[in-house]
Ligand binder design. Structure first.
Ligand code: FEO
Ligand code: CA
Ligand code: CA
Ligand code: CA
Length: 690
């Protein structure tokens, strides 16, 4: 492995996931002679050969309503909305949208009202910031997809924060979206500001009810809860108790504190929520190691070294390090003590996992499920659970040239006994996409495929803590930043967004699964497991759509996208109950509304028919934001989506002058823009999207 250090503050200042895969694991096109040109593959797989892909038989998943449309696919009945560069939220004619659950809305404790002067403790009783993945759990608490469509627990992730919008001390300063206030003479950070930022991270659980006037509101409930960057959590699975996770806080290596950068999510068949830990690495700094000196479990993930600063510099909080078990100082993961039991050199090994939360038990301790691997988890999606068959789920590692993974539980699923223990033992696989449209799942198991002591792997805990390195070793295919996955409720196909990849070179660096180098616009890949069994070790794949503008794009029918559906940087992805595929975009704040990205306007959401490939733009969001998080009530008549970081494209100079470019959703010039959930309904009371 080269010792190049890819992570610079400038890179994260762009809000993008840093590339840290400098392994010599080659792109697949370098290994296998390309059988098809990109054009041939697309024509073949998106055209005639798609019959083979789709004709492989219906997996018998059932559960979809009649409007899944059989051979024609689901109905998409709305008129597409145009691209927008305005500070507005636009839905099709005949639909209504209303923002709820804004960042700072109180949901628990003493219910402190939102105000810029809120303390760190108060933020811990309010909805967090930067809303992301989300699920509506019907209030009956029995099944994640059936039950009430008017009453439930809305559970959502809060990916990160924009400190300039959080603190009085930032007013008037020249700060961009990544800027932080470091005001103390000692160059420390104010401890309460750090607490506020940690408490704005994590997960919110909020009971929401449809009111008599048809609008939705948060209601009091003992289960309303905030999980934050400080909440105590259990570590389970093969890494639990290993030396990798022993710290001064948990000498036995069984616990850690907090979950960070929770991007997308997952919903287990047993009605719990999984929060993904995505870009956690940049929150930590190893003060005692140069780039080359960092252990691989830090270096391969881009944990900052002694020559860099951490993202928010929480480790510099002005608090006695002896207090509160170093709740802030632990973000320095250097070897500052005499041993791992006296410092936090292993703290980052407690991050990069999927975190299971039971929203129906407010006393439950979140659990980090280590068997699912450690990387920049975007989210996780489960294949439909089948009685007597192992549980299968898929997760992407969102960074340039990283991989797509699948977990297969060791124990079979039985509804009567299913629970989180199913995620503690099983096999983690990584995907190899062959150029001929086939693919394989490569097991990441200690002792197999060269993951042996001779090659530096000493245990399954080691393989899991170093999931990326293990995947490099077995020859996984480097992908264009895997984001969300979605499973077709009718035929069981798995779809993944590949958002873009500026780090993929041209010509020799491309392969048929990632055919553009560089890839500024992204694409959506899909596959069908061998014999329609989610547990298969092989699959057939094709490309569902190459995103892009009217000149550089290709839909399933082989046509270019049009004014009605051009999009780029697909991120959120979800199949509704009728089999509509919802696609959400996340064009980076560093490029949106400019250059080759100007034509796409603000981030948006589209709906697609997985059979015909038809795509229509359903909504556009305000300035500076991304659209993310999508779910409907079981009846499909209420949709919840999230708007994250409105106004993030406000320049430092404009911020200093008080000229914020978005005032969504309040349009009050005295309040900052705030992330919020949007409730979308059809005015005729019908199913959203029909
Ligand atoms: Fe947090 Fe990969 O989007
Ligand atoms: Ca995302
Ligand atoms: Ca983003
Ligand atoms: Ca993204």
């Amino acid at each position: 492995m080269k010792t190049l250090d890819p992570v610079t503050p400038e890179m994260l200042a762009q809000g993008d996931e840093p590339m840290s895969n400098y392994s010599d694991n080659r792109h697949f096109a370098d290994i296998i002679q390309t059988r098809y040109s990109r054009r041939t593959l697309l024509k073949g797989s998106l055209g005639a050969a798609a019959i083979g892909f789709l004709g492989a038989g219906v997996a018998g998943c059932g559960g979809s309503s009649s409007s899944s449309g059989g051979a024609a696919g689901p109905r998409i009945g709305f008129a597409p909305v145009p691209v927008s560069d305005q500070d507005t939220f636009v839905v099709p004619e005949g639909y209504t949208a209303e923002a709820i659950l804004q960042w700072g809305e109180p949901i628990t404790g003493t219910m402190p009202a939102y105000d810029l002067i809120n303390s760190g403790e108060e933020q811990g009783m309010q909805v967090g910031s930067h809303h992301d993945g989300m699920h509506f759990f019907p209030i009956e608490g029995e099944d994640p997809w059936t039950g009430s469509s008017e009453d439930g627990l809305l559970v959502m992730n809060h990916e990160y924060v924009e400190p300039r919008f959080m603190h009085m001390t930032a007013v008037g300063l020249s700060l961009d979206r990544n800027g932080i206030t470091v005001l103390n003479p000692d160059n420390d950070r104010d401890a309460d500001e750090v607490l506020k930022e940690l408490n704005a991270h994590g997960v919110s659980v909020a009971r929401v009810q449809k009111q008599s006037d048809g609008r939705w509101a948060v209601v009091a409930d003992p289960r309303n809860r905030r999980i934050t960057g400080l909440t105590e959590m259990e570590i389970s699975g093969p890494v639990r108790g290993s030396d990798f996770v022993k710290t001064a806080f948990s000498p036995e290596g069984t616990r850690t504190r907090g979950t960070l950068n929770n991007c997308a999510h997952g919903v287990t068949p047993w009605n719990t929520y999984l929060a993904a830990e995505e870009n956690w690495a940049g929150y930590f700094r190893n003060s005692t190691a140069t780039a080359a000196e960092r252990p691989r479990e830090q270096a391969r993930y881009g944990v900052r070294h002694s020559g860099q600063t951490s993202r928010y510099r929480w480790e510099l909080a002005d608090e006695d390090p002896a207090a509160n078990q170093q709740r802030f100082a632990r973000f320095d993961v250097g070897a500052t003590g005499g041993s791992a039991l006296e410092d936090y050199r292993n703290e980052t090994n407690g991050f990069g996992w999927m975190v299971e939360i039971d929203p129906f038990d407010e006393h439950s301790t979140p659990v980090k499920r280590t068997a699912l691997g450690r990387f920049a988890h975007e989210g996780v999606v489960f294949a439909r659970a089948v009685e007597g068959i192992p549980v299968v789920c898929y997760s992407g590692d969102d960074a340039g040239n990283e991989y797509i993974y699948k977990f297969v539980s060791a124990q079979p699923y039985y509804k009567a006994t299913a629970g989180g223990h199913l995620l503690d033992s099983g096999t983690l696989y990584v995907a190899r996409f062959n150029d001929d449209g086939t693919g394989e799942w490569l097991p990441l198991v200690y002792g197999l495929n060269g993951l042996t002591d001779a090659n530096g792997f000493t245990s399954q805990a080691d393989v899991l803590v170093n999931t990326r390195t293990a995947a490099d070793f077995v020859g996984a295919t480097k992908m264009d930043r895997p984001e969300w996955g979605a499973v077709d409720p009718v035929d069981g196909s798995v779809y993944f967004t590949l958002t873009n990849n500026s780090g993929r070179g041209s010509s020799s660096d491309v392969d048929n699964a990632n055919p553009r180098g560089p890839n500024p616009f992204g694409h959506i890949i899909r596959w069908k497991e061998g014999n329609d069994l989610p547990t298969s070790l092989n699959f057939d794949w094709d490309l569902f759509v190459l995103a892009g503008d009217q000149d550089d794009s290709e839909d399933l029918a082989g046509n270019k996208l049009t004014d009605d559906n051009i999009f780029c940087s697909p991120d959120g992805l979800w199949f509704d109950h009728d089999r509509r595929l919802w696609i959400q975009t996340d064009i980076s704040e560093s490029v949106m509304n400019s250059g080759i990205f100007e034509v796409f306007g603000n981030n948006a959401m589209l709906a697609a028919n997985p059979v015909s490939g038809e795509i229509r733009r359903f909504l556009t969001g305000p300035l500076g934001q991304e659209i993310t998080g999508v779910v409907t009530t079981p009846d499909g008549k209420t949709m919840f989506i999230n708007v994250q970081h409105p106004g993030a494209t406000t320049s430092a100079a404009d911020f200093a002058a008080g000229n914020i470019n978005s005032r969504w959703p309040d349009y009050d010039n005295n309040t900052y823009p705030r992330s919020a959930t949007v409730v979308i309904t059809k005015d005729d009371g019908g199913v959203v999207g029909t």
